[in-house]
Design a protein around this ligand. Structure first.
Ligand code: DP6
Length: 377
């Protein structure tokens, strides 16, 4: 029997992926750019064992067994990495052996915290390690077929997913823009408003946008190309104000398209909108752009902020969204992660701040290095 254990990070899109040109191959209609987060605070952890003695492929996600053979996205990933192993002539583990996969997130699944991105990236990365397949662009085309955004989690730092033009999707790959070391003081506060399963999944929401939104094609043709180019320039120059403006505008535009969808996809709630107002008035009050929000398909806010400005921002968040209790994050028990959160008087506790019905907790993390292998037996 052979086994590997790996972890893979969450990534947060800055220019959002929204809409597919091919459902099964998961080919997007536009390029997207994301930042990979540190694995200490948020990650998926996957162990895969392969043995001659296993009768069936089996998988457990957060302790619940999934029907592997009926899960087309999962099977595409498994078959895809096995195909690459065959092409590479890798003989490390026999391809005829069945696999047992156990995966866990250290944060709630489907909370709009990109759990599927970390999960599929971890699955594909672990399979690649098991079979001795190189971690490269071609591998990102397999992760993409698990969940589109997963292809960006195979790299650390800032990552661009190129939509590509070919029908077979071979040019729809993720590529690093810059490594985490380029902008190491780029931090993120995730203000968790709600960690329950979202109403409309990203997959369903974007299908509905593709057929009903009248704005979506305008975004693809007229907005995204210039925006991705400008964002890359801002990242390369470590220009936070330009980075922040693009980030906030793209989040707003993505949610405008979600609302232009019919029936509309409403992902942000009143607290999310209060956070938007708060960030703009915070930047205005201090006379400098020091914080930038972005929201994926859920109500939780990701706030980009440079390390030197974190403590001041956290103190302000606590003032506006008061809290009177601090508790440890229950779901962190399931995985061996160490919380490396800066301790500041305003940030009472290790990982979280419980705010009266407004914020459930705050996760403090930063730009990270991408997936890694923990063990190999
Ligand atoms: C709003 O990658 O979860 O987070 O490809 O259907 O699995 P599927 O969708 P998914 O969509 C992510 C959408 C987003 C924006 C982004 O991450 O770019």
């Amino acid at each position: 029997m052979f086994s590997v254990t790996c972890i893979a990070p969450v990534n947060i899109a800055i220019v959002k992926y929204w809409g597919k040109r091919h459902e099964e191959l998961i080919l997007p209609i536009n390029d997207s750019i994301s930042m990979t987060l540190g694995t200490n605070e948020l990650c998926a952890k996957t162990t895969i064992a392969a043995s001659e003695g296993f009768q069936h492929n089996r998988m457990w996600l957060n302790d619940d067994e999934l029907p592997v053979e009926e899960d087309s996205r999962l099977m595409r990933c498994l078959k895809g990495v096995q195909r690459l192993a065959l092409a590479n002539g890798s003989q490390k583990v026999s391809l005829s052996w069945k696999v047992h996969i156990a995966s866990r997130n250290n944060f709630p699944t489907a909370a709009g915290l990109a759990s599927s991105a970390a999960g599929y990236a971890c699955l594909v990365y672990s399979l690649a390690r098991l079979y001795g397949v190189p971690i490269n662009e071609e591998l990102t085309t397999i992760a993409r077929q698990g969940s589109g955004s997963a292809c960006r989690s195979l790299y650390g730092g800032f990552v661009q997913w190129h939509s590509g033009a070919l029908d077979d999707g071979s040019d729809s790959v993720a590529k690093p823009v810059v490594s985490a070391q380029h902008w190491p003081n780029m931090h993120v506060l995730i203000l968790v408003v709600n960690d329950e399963r979202k109403k409309t999944s990203s997959t369903k929401g974007m299908q509905r946008s593709m057929t009903t939104s009248q704005l979506i094609q305008h975004r693809v043709d007229k907005i995204v190309p210039e925006r991705t180019a400008n964002l890359k320039k801002a990242i390369e120059a470590r220009d936070f104000p330009s980075f922040a403006e693009i980030t906030m505008k793209d989040s707003n535009q993505f949610h405008a398209i979600a609302l232009d969808t019919y029936p509309p996809c409403v992902y942000m709630n009143d607290v999310s909108h209060a956070i938007v107002d708060f960030v703009h008035s915070y930047n205005e009050t201090i006379g400098e752009v020091q914080a930038a929000y972005t929201f994926d398909a859920g109500p939780n806010a990701c706030i980009y902020v440079l390390k030197e400005n974190v403590a001041k921002l956290l103190a302000a968040v606590q003032k506006v969204f008061p809290n009177d209790a601090t508790e440890s994050v229950e779901y962190l028990r399931g995985i061996s992660v160490s919380a490396t959160v800066e301790k500041h008087p305003a940030f009472n506790g290790t990982l979280n701040v419980q705010a009266k019905n407004l914020l459930k907790y705050i996760i403090h993390t930063k730009v990270g290095d991408g997936p890694c292998q923990l063990s190999d037996d």
